[in-house]
Design a protein around this ligand. Structure first.
Ligand SMILES: NC(=O)c1ccc[n+]([C@@H]2O[C@H](COP(=O)([O-])OP(=O)(O)OC[C@H]3O[C@@H](n4cnc5c(N)ncnc54)[C@H](O)[C@@H]3O)[C@@H](O)[C@H]2O)c1
Ligand SMILES: N[C@H](C(=O)O)[C@H](O)COP(=O)(O)O
Length: 330
């Protein structure tokens, strides 16, 4: 056991209660961290999940005024009640309000300096949207809550970093969503945060094309020539080290990846399958551009595994470690 008033305080959202978020949070609570972990969740739901998983976690009520506690097997809980009782894999859209309230409380606490960083367990976008709230992901929601005009989703596993120019939108909407202004804003955020958060002095960003073979000289689509190339020229004129647009199918070859600090993919399923194939379970999702530190897992709610004890908590552990790294360099 270790206690110290100087420990970083990380706030954790347990995410969708019918998913594996509570499971991976409870797994993290079994470890000693150089930090106080505070989970915002329904305390009864967390206690029931711990019992189901056979974990003897000691739950204590979070209190800002008590000394920060880092103790394997102990978890501070900031109680955020759910509307109806939650069981693994039993989706209740009435509980979406509680899931969102936890995120709001975590963001407010980070903005106010109560917490040093937030780590999010997975939510289910459809469950929240089915509750009648317009919601497409944490990334977009945190941008809205913090009034940040441009955020960037980046997933990282060791030296492989993949950022997305567009996030949770239909594939059909991607070509019109990509414009020079967006790409330049995204590249600015990436350049700034790769320097300040990842300590890369002169980040090299490799940008993927949109069309097959980066448009094949315009024969397979014009966006690479008309939108991406001018955006890269504008970024270069600002001193940002960018190259591309690279044909996406071969851009992750060893030669280019050795020279790349981060890739910028044009859309979700252009970049993330590469990273998740290479590193599922070890990758961390970091939201760049926010005024607060936020990290997350590389996986979703995995209803098939909730409450079974088979959910691998590695990515959640990596997200906690990454948040602590970001707190140190802040
Ligand atoms: N950070 C987040 O909030 C986040 C991230 C990704 C997906 N999601 C959401 O999660 C929901 C379900 O998404 P999905 O089904 O595409 O992906 P998923 O990651 O939940 O599941 C994909 C597959 O991977 C397995 N898997 C996932 N996590 C695992 C773990 N920790 N250990 C072992 N196996 C694991 C699952 O059993 C499943 O077979 C969607 O609503 C999606 O939007 C949320
Ligand atoms: N796009 C993410 C992934 O596939 O891992 C995931 O949906 C989470 O996104 P948010 O962090 O915006 O919820």
């Amino acid at each position: 056991m270790s206690t110290s008033s100087k420990l970083p305080r990380l706030v954790i959202s347990a995410g969708e209660p019918a998913g594996i978020g509570p499971d991976v949070v409870l797994a993290a609570s079994q470890r000693d961290w150089p930090a106080e972990l505070v989970v915002i969740a329904d305390r009864g739901m967390m206690e029931a999940r711990a019992a189901l998983l056979g974990l003897s976690t000691r739950f204590i009520a979070y209190n800002l005024d008590i000394e920060r506690i880092s103790n394997a097997g102990t978890l501070s809980v900031l109680h955020e009640p759910l509307a109806v009782s939650a069981a693994p894999a039993q989706v209740e859209s009435q509980n979406a309000a509680g899931v969102l309230a936890a995120l709001k409380r975590a963001v407010q606490g980070c903005m106010d300096g109560e917490f040093d960083a937030m780590v999010t367990a997975p939510v289910n976008k459809a469950v929240i949207a089915d509750s009648g709230v317009s919601f497409s992901g944490h990334t977009e929601y945190l941008a809205e809550l913090t009034e940040t005009p441009q955020v960037v989703m980046l997933l990282a596993a060791n030296d492989l970093r993949v950022a997305l120019a567009t996030t949770h939108i239909p594939l059909a909407a991607v070509p019109t969503a990509i414009n020079q202004s967006l790409l330049l804003d995204v590249l600015r955020v990436m350049d700034a945060d790769l320097k300040s958060k990842f300590g890369i002095a002169s980040p090299q960003i490799s940008v993927l094309g949109l069309n097959p073979h980066a448009g094949e000289g315009g024969h397979l689509g014009m966006e690479d020539i008309e939108v991406i190339e001018p955006a890269l020229q504008a970024a270069k004129s600002e001193g940002i080290n960018v190259s591309g647009p690279w044909p996406a199918d071969t851009a992750f070859n060893k030669r280019l990846s050795d020279q790349t600090d981060a890739y910028l993919a044009m859309y979700h399923d252009q970049g993330l399958p590469v990273l998740k194939y290479a590193s599922f379970g070890a990758a961390v999702n970091v939201t760049l551009g926010l005024p607060i530190i936020r990290t997350s897992v590389d996986h979703g709610t995995a209803f098939d595994l909730a409450g079974t004890g088979d959910a691998d908590p590695s990515s959640f552990f990596a997200a906690v470690e990454s948040a602590l790294d970001l707190v140190r360099v802040r």
